[in-house]
Design a protein around this ligand. Structure first.
Ligand code: IMP
Ligand code: MG
Length: 187
């Protein structure tokens, strides 16, 4: 699959699942909720790279109260469909989170395994509070018990791309969420 070829690249975008305007409307709404809940409190928005970088960029501009931004990158290891595994933090936060109310900003919760481990690790650092905000949620795929505090869109078990989400590192820069079409177009 030569995704550097623009025609092939386009042929794997099956359909728009969530258009830009719907994404923005949901983000503006949750931004206003965050403004109300966290006004006057030290707030840290934590994004797990790379998938959530576009969502965080828009969400942070929908929040108008003072806040800090932090990034983490995690590599998780699981065998097959087992729910337990291990997570290695390949890039950590610089903030001491015991001083902050933390919101983990995620692109998508699929099996939930990675996020469950990362959330537990952050909880062990005793933040003032910890909440999870995810743009997309695929509850049918869940392997562990994990619920987001905010989930902006619930989607069926489809592979999606765009708005930060990738297939083989491509499509992160699509400005909307689309369904990926895995069918081989070159044969
Ligand atoms: P999990 O919840 O631990 O299974 O892993 C979630 C991660 O898998 C997300 O942060 C994404 O990077 C990736 N992922 C899961 N579903 C999709 C999808 O439909 N498209 C693109 N990436 C996905
Ligand atoms: Mg990915």
């Amino acid at each position: 699959m030569d995704l550097t070829n623009p025609e092939i690249y386009r042929s794997h975008i099956r359909r728009t699942l969530i258009p830009q305007e719907e994404l923005q409307a949901a983000i503006v709404k949750v931004g206003a909720e965050i403004d109300e809940i966290y006004a006057g409190k030290p707030l840290l928005l934590v994004s797990i790279l790379k998938g959530a970088f576009v969502f965080l960029a828009d969400l942070s501009r929908a929040v108008s109260i003072p806040c800090e931004i932090g990034f983490m990158q995690a590599q998780s290891y699981f065998s097959g469909t087992e729910s337990s595994g291990s997570v290695e933090i390949t890039m950590d936060l610089e903030q001491d989170i015991s001083q902050y109310h933390v919101i983990i900003v995620e692109d998508i919760i699929d099996t939930g395994r990675t996020l469950k481990l990362v959330a537990q690790m952050l909880r062990d650092r005793h933040p003032l509070s910890l909440k999870i905000l995810t743009l997309l949620d695929k509850p049918d795929r869940r392997l562990v018990d994990l619920k987001a505090d905010w989930s902006l869109f619930t989607i069926p078990d489809l592979f999606v791309i765009g708005y930060g989400l990738d297939y083989a590192e491509y499509y992160r820069n699509l400005p909307y969420i689309a369904e990926f079409d895995p069918a081989d177009k070159e044969g």
